[in-house]
Design a protein around this ligand. Sequence first.
Ligand SMILES: NC(=O)c1ccc[n+]([C@@H]2O[C@H](COP(=O)([O-])OP(=O)(O)OC[C@H]3O[C@@H](n4cnc5c(N)ncnc54)[C@H](O)[C@@H]3O)[C@@H](O)[C@H]2O)c1
Ligand SMILES: [Zn+2]
Ligand SMILES: [Zn+2]
Length: 385
Amino acid sequence: MKAVVYRGERDLAVENVPDARIENPLDAVVRITTTNICGSDLHMYEGRAGVEEGKVLGHENMGVVEEVGDGVQHVRVGDRVSVPFNIGCGTCRSCNEGWTSFCERTNPIEGMQGAAYGYANMGPYAGGQAEYLRVPYADFNLLQLPPGEEHENDFTMLSDIFPTGWHGVELSRFEPGDSVAVFGAGPVGLLAAHSARIRGAGEVFVVDQHADRLELARQIDTTPIDFSDGDPVQQILDARGGAPVDRGVEAVGWQAHDPSGQEHPELVLDNLVSVVKAHGGLGVVGVYVPQDPGAPDEQAADGRVGFDYGTFFTKGQHMGTGQAPVKRYNRQLRDLILAGVATPHFLVSHELSLEDAVEGYAQFDERREGWTKVLLRPDGGVAAA
Ligand SMILES: NC(=O)c1ccc[n+]([C@@H]2O[C@H](COP(=O)([O-])OP(=O)(O)OC[C@H]3O[C@@H](n4cnc5c(N)ncnc54)[C@H](O)[C@@H]3O)[C@@H](O)[C@H]2O)c1
Ligand SMILES: [Zn+2]
Ligand SMILES: [Zn+2]
C-alpha cells in the first residue's frame, strides 16, 4: 500500500510499504477515506520531535472497516468510523477513568503513558496517511459514524483537533457566560474558539498574526487579535475596559514565537497568566516536550520552560495540560455535528491526494496564506492497488 513516510528533517516520501494487517485478534484494518495533516505532525517534520526514519505518519484518521480480527465483536466490515488518535487498551486504570490519552498498556516505551498512530515516542504504531491503517482494540477505540459520505469534512475533525479544542476549553474549567482568550488560530485554536462559542461563552478572543486565520476567527463570531500589532494582552484588556478574561486556552505550543519569528517557549504561558483573572483557569493543549533538540536555549532543550510561575501562584490560577482523551468527547461532538450545531469543516482549506502530501506538508509548515487545514484522500486521486 502507499503511505507517507518520514525520511528526515523536512524530507517525506510517498512510498510503497507493507500492507496494514490484523496482528492481534482484537485489531481491525480501516481503509482510509480521509486523513489530515496536523500541527503536531510539523514538530516531527521540522526534526523537533525525534521520530525514527521510516515511520508512516498520520494520526487524524477516518474510513471504512475493511477487515476485523477474530476477537472483534461489535465493529463490522463496512462500518464507517472515526479513529481517535489515542490508542487505548480499554482495560487499564487510565482507560477506565476516561483518560485514554494516558493508557498504561499501549505504549511500550519505559515511563511513557499514552500511545498514538504515526507519532514519535507514542509507540510502534504506523500512521494512517496511507491507504490502510491497523487499529488495535477496535471495539474500544473506533467511533461509529452514519454510513455514506455526508459530513466527511466535519467528521474528519473528530479524530483529534475538535476534541482537542474542546478539551482546552474544558481544562480551563469554563462555564457558560465566561470570557475566553484563545492563543493560536491554527486548527486547534480555531476549534477551541468554536467550542467556547457552542458552549455559551460571553466574549471570545483569538490571538495570532496570520491574517487568513484571524479572518476565520472573525467568521466564527469571535474577536481576532493580531499580536504583530502590539502586546496581545494589552489589546484584550483595552477591548474589555481593563477587565481580564475568565479563561485562557493555549493552542500554540513550545515553539511560540514573537512577531519576528524568534522562539520564546514561555511567551504564551506568560501572556495567559497576565490576561486571565485571579482564580481563573488555563487550558494548555499546545504541546510542550521534555526534550527538544532544536530549542532556543539549554533550559528549553531539557523541557524546562521558565514562565511567570510567581504571578500564576499569586493569582491563584489553575492550569490543566496534556494530550486530549478523544473518547471522552467524540460521541457528543459527532452528535453536535449531526444536529447542525458544530461545523468544524469551516477550517478545511485543501483536499489533496496522498501523492500530494509532500507538497501539502511544505505549504502548511510555512503557514502559507490560505493553508489552514489539509486533508488527504488516499482513496481518491491515488488508485488503490
Ligand atoms: N494536546 C493535544 O492532544 C493536541 C492535539 C493536537 C494538536 N496539539 C498541539 O496544539 C498546537 C496547535 O496545533 P495546530 O494544528 O493548531 O498548529 P499550528 O501550528 O497550525 O497553529 C499554531 C498557531 O500558533 C500561532 N502562534 C505562534 N506564536 C504565537 C504567539 N506568540 N501568540 C499567538 N499565536 C501564536 C501560529 O501563528 C499558528 O497559527 C500544537 O502544539 C499541536 O502540537 C495538541
Ligand atoms: Zn493531530
Ligand atoms: Zn489503557
